[in-house]
Design a protein around this ligand. Structure first.
Ligand code: ZN
Length: 277
């Protein structure tokens, strides 16, 4: 299957955390001036803001809110922490509804004090508990499998197969998957699991960036597309073959890029998106 070339910015979405030094207002202003209409909003960017004003600002600038990041972190050896997580996920769903985000992305969580199987069980239970709340508000939930280097504390779901399997177990159209190339590029079953995800109608979101060599920080050293070893174009072609027609979301956590002028960085994002994605 030949790769469709990216011709314009109509499918480009940028995560607020990618340009973390900017306030939400500045990010919206800069993105829209650049012709970028897709935005995924991280909850830290909403701190101290009135959500109805955020909604107006997004609408006034013609921004399309792709998702809210992030809910999840369901597992814990402590019952009280699991209950707190449920409440926090309900809060995230409510925030998403108020700002017009149709999707909450779940970084599902993991507790190193218990087996991964137990954490996965608690993730499924947590999703099933918040599901009716999400459905009432017409908000979808996306399980984002995370690279296994995060299996201790950030997510016990580390492959697309595990995420697909959990969607099959939960069996509700509200729950799907966010495919992030950073987390999944190494997996030899990725192409077939992306195809399966599409057949299940579970491919809700697609996140892009690159894996640098060497990676100097396990969390905060992601690269721009084309800077590393991830075949972003190839993976995008699989995702599109699976029927995905949504935004390509640039999600980069990088101390190096956050230190630079963010206008220059945004231009780099646009160029990498057009030519290396
Ligand atoms: Zn992601």
């Amino acid at each position: 299957m030949p790769v469709n070339e990216i011709k314009d910015l109509s499918k480009l979405c940028v995560h607020t955390i990618t340009t973390k030094p900017w306030s939400l207002k500045t990010a919206v202003d800069k993105f829209s001036k650049k012709g970028i209409s897709g935005i995924t909003i991280w909850r830290d960017a909403l701190e101290g803001l009135r959500l109805h004003e955020v909604k107006s600002m997004l609408d006034d600038n013609g921004m399309d809110v792709v998702s809210l990041c992030r809910g999840g972190f369901f597992p814990s050896v402590e019952k009280q922490k699991r209950e707190e997580a449920i409440n926090d996920n309900k809060k995230a769903i409510e925030e998403a509804a108020q700002i017009g985000a149709p999707l909450v992305v779940l970084v599902c969580g993991s507790d190193p004090g218990q087996l991964l199987e137990e954490s996965r069980k608690q993730i499924q239970e947590g999703i099933e508990v918040v599901l009716p709340f999400a459905k009432e508000r017409n908000i979808k939930l996306a399980i984002e499998p995370l690279h296994p280097m995060y299996a201790d504390t950030r997510s016990a779901i580390n492959t697309l197969k595990q995420a697909n399997d959990m969607c099959v177990n939960i069996d509700d159209p509200t729950v799907g998957v966010a495919v992030d190339v950073y987390h999944l590029w190494w997996d030899e079953t990725l192409e077939e699991e992306i195809a399966r995800c599409g057949l299940l109608n579970k491919l809700f979101a697609f996140h892009i960036c690159d894996w640098k060599t060497p990676t100097t920080d396990m969390l905060l050293d992601r690269g721009l597309m084309g800077e590393g070893c991830i075949p972003v174009k190839k993976i995008r072609s699989w995702v599109e073959s699976a029927g995905f027609a949504g935004y390509n979301e640039v999600e980069i956590f990088s101390n190096r890029y956050w230190e630079m002028d963010q206008d220059d960085f945004l231009e780099k994002i646009v160029q990498a998106y057009l030519h290396k994605s």
